[in-house]
Design a protein around this ligand. Structure first.
Ligand code: NAD
Length: 468
């Protein structure tokens, strides 16, 4: 067990108190993280503001090189980071687990290094020249969740520093350790103060809320629940902060009558159960046409029953435990409610500790909590439909609008239906696939702004138009 320190201005900083981080697979202590005070946060923001003076004036090429060096560092330390991530988050090393997450983090860092936002000439004629410049903002505050902590930290930090900003990141109290180590590695590449990390246990104080109100933070990039996102929005109002909010989802998948159930079972399963369902853009409601309903239910159950669930550090595990007690309790409550009205096809009963087997519950409807609430766990409700218009209406009848999917052999028809879904990303015959060159974000209550690609990079800049 190691004691971890915050990194502020390039230095390791301890706090007056610490909190414990435990392994969801075993309950064992993984490490202790510092409990930052508001004064610690002020110190981190001041260090970032000081570093901004130099970093914002570095050449674009130097910043691109630093981002590419970070990508390389992540690659060199991928196994060490994956082991730490598995211990504090629970996700297995294998499958779509920690090693997969580290591969993603490296790929996103490398791609962000390659992006740029050149000056755009809007007009150049006898009336004059008009140029659109993209300028860095200052100190960016990053607040991250516990589900994909390393990858999301990279999604927040890399575009910020690539465009000349400096960062204070606050990871989730459930998974602070891999972020501390990641920032430590970034500090081997970057000048002191460009990226700082503070940690705190939300049960004692909410450093996150102090960040979103902080007068010297210009922008907050937040990934987390809708409820907390609303609080961030409210406390950011006083200082008119720029915001990127990536919030919760309750993604629907719609299966059309022409599918081959056996052929889509694997895609449906991983669309819903990636990271044990603890993924913002996982499929959380499945609508299946009555003509293939029974066959899809059987094919999905047959696929799901063979997935090995176990301790994340066991090389044979493909899914691990639920990541924390709070989330476990939520999943159990929603599954218990689903069991009262639905038909359990698989799972449904918790295992030891925080383990919960992949659970499929059929015959549910719009007024079941497992359907209308975001479960964010290994349980999928299956809803039978007879009228496609009704399925589309039910899919859209949600305050969320992160992702959606349509499953069919007829791609043109599937795309026409996809265009009617109210969500920021939509997939045909798959669900949840994201990539660094494609902007990602939610509509409605799932957030504002996008990440990834040039559009995501631009969110870390202010526009300045130069007329001459
Ligand atoms: P959460 O909202 O509980 O916590 C997210 C972060 O906010 C944590 O770091 C937490 O400490 C911090 N926080 C808590 N109170 C705060 C406050 N008052 N002000 C500012 N920050 C505060 O979310 P979670 O449980 O960690 O993550 C799960 C949620 O995140 C799910 O709803 C999921 O859908 C969503 N999510 C969305 C995306 C996306 O890209 N849209 C990605 C991953 C997760």
């Amino acid at each position: 067990m190691t004691e971890f320190a915050m990194i502020i201005g390039g230095e390791h900083v301890r706090a007056a108190s610490e909190f414990e981080v435990t392994n969801p697979s075993t309950g064992e202590l993984v490490g202790k993280a510092p409990n930052a005070s508001a004064a610690d946060l002020d110190r981190a923001v001041a260090a970032a503001a000081k570093a901004y003076e130099g970093w914002s004036r570095q050449s674009d090429a130097d910043r691109a090189k630093a981002c590419s060096d970070i990508a390389q560092k992540i690659g060199e330390h991928a196994e060490e980071l994956a082991q730490l991530l598995t211990q504090e988050q629970g996700k297995p090393l294998n499958g779509l687990g920690s090693r997969f997450e580290l591969g993603g983090a490296q790929a996103w860092a490398a791609h962000t290094a390659s992006l740029s936002l050149p000056v755009k000439t809007l007009q150049d004629n006898e009336q004059g020249r008009v140029e659109l410049h993209r300028k860095s903002m200052g100190v960016v505050g990053s607040i991250t969740p516990w589900n994909w902590p390393v990858m999301i930290a990279v999604w927040h930090i890399l575009p910020a520093v690539r465009t000349g900003n400096t960062v204070v990141i606050k990871p989730s109290p459930f998974t602070p350790l891999s972020t501390i180590r990641l920032v430590e590695l970034m500090n081997e590449v970057l000048p002191a103060g460009v990226v700082n990390v503070v940690t705190s246990d939300d049960r004692l104080s909410s450093i996150g809320s102090v960040m979103s109100a902080h007068p010297d933070i210009r922008k907050i990039v937040f990934t987390g629940s809708i409820n907390t996102g609303k609080k961030v929005m409210a406390s950011a109002a006083d200082t008119v902060k720029r915001l990127t909010l990536e919030l919760g989802g309750n993604d629907a998948g719609i299966v059309l009558p022409d599918v081959d159930p056996a052929a889509i079972a694997e895609g449906l399963f991983w669309g819903a159960f990636i990271n044990n369902g603890q993924t913002c853009a996982a499929m959380k409601r499945l609508y299946v046409h009555e003509s293939v309903y029974d066959d899809v239910c059987s094919a999905l159950t047959d696929y799901a029953r063979n997935i090995p669930v176990g301790d994340g550090q066991d090389e044979t595990s493909i899914l691990g435990p639920i990541a924390n007690q709070m989330q476990f309790d939520k999943v159990k409550r929603l599954v218990d409610a689903g069991k009262q009205r639905g038909r359990v096809l698989l799972g449904g009963e918790p295992g030891k500790g925080l383990f919960f087997p992949p659970t499929l519950i059929a015959d549910l409807g719009a007024d079941d909590p497992l359907v209308f609430e975001e479960q964010f766990g290994p349980a999928l409700p299956i809803i039978k439909y007879s009228d496609l218009e009704d399925a589309i209406a039910q899919a859209n009848d949600s305050p969320n609008g992160l992702g959606g999917s349509v499953w069919s052999k007829d791609i043109a028809k599937a795309k026409a239906i996809a265009s009617r879904l109210e969500c920021g990303s939509v997939w045909i015959n798959k669900h949840g696939a994201i990539q660094p060159n494609a902007p990602f974000g939610g509509v409605k209550s799932s957030g504002c702004g996008v990440e990834f690609g040039e559009e995501g990079l631009a969110e870390y800049t202010d526009i300045q138009v130069v007329f001459n």
